[in-house]
Design a protein around this ligand. Structure first.
Ligand code: NI
Length: 262
């Protein structure tokens, strides 16, 4: 009986720790550095010139979210994206897959792309080569268990990976071309302004669904850019639209811009 009680206690502790809240990522290192349709009601608000531009030459952009999923912020983001008909890409931390499987399944079902952000958000640049492979593989295995087979493109934590370690990666790697530093600003209006100042068609925007202010900013960015005729697509779709075949082990800031790793 005592043995059974111990086992039950151990199981309870195990599940409690497996479902512990998301860990605050170490952000200091950042200083180093399904096609969505525009909802009719928004298209209706476009002036004639913008509508013609949109029909002539659509503008595409990819929103990307790192460091989730997080139950209390990612769900709200998915609701807002669905309402707006906007697709996005989520680079997920493996440790946060357990207990968030339903959110991941929802991402897949709603046409978003899911990527790998390593198992425990390690600095791949400094990790042993075995640890690099292990970190990527472990997250990939959890993602496959949660949502089934797929290519889970990698976003290296902090965007950093050396050329030797990049050779170990079997998928394309995605950096970004617009970084509003949402994790540092923690202010919806400032994040929106930073993105609106910088964004160009074909950009990959870096945000973190870990922060409530970033979720608010993302939804306002979608609202504003859709009115300018932008269409929000996944990173994979952005490559397809631009006719670029992404190569394994290569780090892209945008489909048309490779970022050097060294
Ligand atoms: Ni990260």
């Amino acid at each position: 009986m005592k043995k059974i009680m111990c086992m039950l206690l151990a199981a309870a502790l195990l599940s409690a720790s497996a479902c512990a809240g998301p860990m605050e990522p170490d952000l200091a290192a950042y200083d180093a550095s399904g096609r969505a349709e525009i909802p009719v009601e928004i298209l209706g608000e476009l002036d004639e010139e913008t509508r013609e531009d949109l029909l002539a030459e659509p503008k595409y952009v990819a929103l990307t979210f790192d460091d989730g999923p997080r139950a209390d912020t990612t769900g709200r983001l998915l609701d807002g994206l669905l309402e707006r008909g906007a697709a996005a890409t989520f680079f997920v931390i493996g440790e946060q897959v357990p207990c968030n499987e339903a959110l991941l399944q929802r991402m897949k079902a709603e046409g978003h792309q899911i990527g790998n952000h390593t198992y425990s958000h390690v600095r791949l640049l400094k990790a042993d080569k075995d640890a690099v492979v292990e970190e990527v593989h472990k997250a990939e295995t959890l993602l496959k268990e949660a949502v089934g087979e797929g290519d889970f493109w990698l976003r290296p934590p902090y965007g950093l990976i050396g050329s030797e370690r990049a050779k170990l990666i079997k998928t394309p790697m995605i950096y970004w071309s617009v970084d509003p530093q949402d994790w540092k600003l923690l202010d919806k209006d400032k994040v929106v302004a930073a993105v609106m100042d910088a964004v160009q068609p074909g950009d990959i925007i870096l945000l973190h669904d870990f922060y409530s202010t970033s979720v608010d900013a993302a939804l306002e960015i979608v609202d504003r850019l859709q009115k300018e005729g932008y269409d929000f697509v996944t990173v994979e779709e952005l490559f397809r639209i631009q006719g670029v075949e992404p190569q394994p082990g290569t780090l892209y800031a945008r489909p048309d811009r490779v970022r050097e790793v060294n």
